[in-house]
Design a binder for this molecule. Sequence first.
Ligand SMILES: NC(=O)C1=CN([C@@H]2O[C@H](COP(=O)(O)OP(=O)(O)OC[C@H]3O[C@@H](n4cnc5c(N)ncnc54)[C@H](O)[C@@H]3O)[C@@H](O)[C@H]2O)C=CC1
Ligand SMILES: O=C(O)CCC(=O)C(=O)O
Length: 424
Amino acid sequence: MHDTLSFITPDPHSAWGTYLSQVDRVLPYLGPLARWGETLKRPKRALIVDVPIEMDDGTVRHFEGYRVQHNLSRGPGKGGVRYHPAVTLEEVMALSAWMTVKNAAVNLPYGGAKGGIRVDPRQLSHKELERMTRRYTSEIGLVIGPQQDIPAPDVGTNPQVMAWMMDTYSMNVGGTATGVVTGKPVHLGGSLGRVKATGRGVFVTGREAARRIHLNLDGARVAVQGFGNVGSAAAEMFVGAGAKIVAVQDHTGTIANPAGMDMGALMEVVRRDGGAGAFTQAERIDDEAFWDTDCDILIPAALEGQITLARANRLKARLVLEGANGPTHPDADDALAERGILVVPDVICNAGGVTVSYFEWVQDFSSFFWTEDEINLRLDKIMVDALRRIWDTADRHKITLRTATFAVACERILMARQERGLYP
Ligand SMILES: NC(=O)C1=CN([C@@H]2O[C@H](COP(=O)(O)OP(=O)(O)OC[C@H]3O[C@@H](n4cnc5c(N)ncnc54)[C@H](O)[C@@H]3O)[C@@H](O)[C@H]2O)C=CC1
Ligand SMILES: O=C(O)CCC(=O)C(=O)O
């Protein structure tokens, strides 16, 4: 059946392999809609672009960039742009597919898309980063637009990168098109609350899940992998609810303090050094020891494939909140379920970011901006309602929250596909 995409032979632990296995698990719950299931296993459109730029020293370097639109059945493509040295077409395909599922899980009127460039942004000067972003935006200008596909931040990108993307697209079309990207700075049509929205969604879904398993957040011990936009904002909110951060891992190292870390002091070090590794009010530990941390809640908020089977069998947490996209291998997912460790899956747990991106897009179109309180209230309600529906589905079929999220989302996606029909 997989006669196309023959250039990809996914290993079951790769991002795309993980996604395919998640689709296979939901098909039995989709009834007659399952006949459209193959749609979910192929991206609609994948663009590979060459991004040449002049470096500050006068040399020319070429970077490889991608924009994949996995599915547009329910609306324009929506999903972030990643700058990271490990970005590949296959990874971006998986990330775009998870966007399709996530957007449908919270019922946003979007399909799924994702982009990326294989680059270490920390190795570029500010000007080189700007030149690369502008060139990439022009190259993917073929497929993006406020009604076609709307990029946003992901790993290694931020509001400044979104501002350059918005400006480049706008210059190319000859007018200011704020709605072409979200996650912009607030004075350029960005939304209040977007920066912390993903972390907020992780907290809100985590709070609801904790309540259901009678885990008191006051005094709960939390371990966080990845202390960037998502991990740090989620950690701050858990601390605000009385929890303590007992371990943090990022690309600069792993630190632990069973008594809990002072968030203000930790954030200061992260801002100063670009990472948590040098924080002196915690003990520096071996990276692999992170997975043995005595904790109640684990928040993977870095990259895919972090929770392997071996690590899943060592985890001490009762609750795993997937801030990252695709952090858990399928066999590890099974092991966690068998061990009674509850996983709130990425496709609902980290949907807070794209939900506020949707608010931003709506605000840009109407040129009317909401207060931060209005945004947070609407976000919390969408997340809580979506999670409740997913939980009901999980209880009804006796399936994991991940398969239940896929069931709710894929039914919406395939229903749209079916109702639109195929153009003969
Ligand atoms: N930014 C957003 O709104 C959303 C992000 N996500 C996902 O959340 C995850 C994190 O994204 P952001 O916080 O935006 O990125 P970021 O670039 O702000 O932070 C990434 C963090 O991961 C850490 N990291 C990188 N490589 C690592 C490694 N090998 N081991 C341990 N830590 C490592 C970095 O040090 C940094 O702390 C990604 O999986 C992303 O796709 C999901 C939904 C929305
Ligand atoms: O805000 C958005 O549009 C997308 C964020 C994103 O890339 C994600 O949810 O993984």
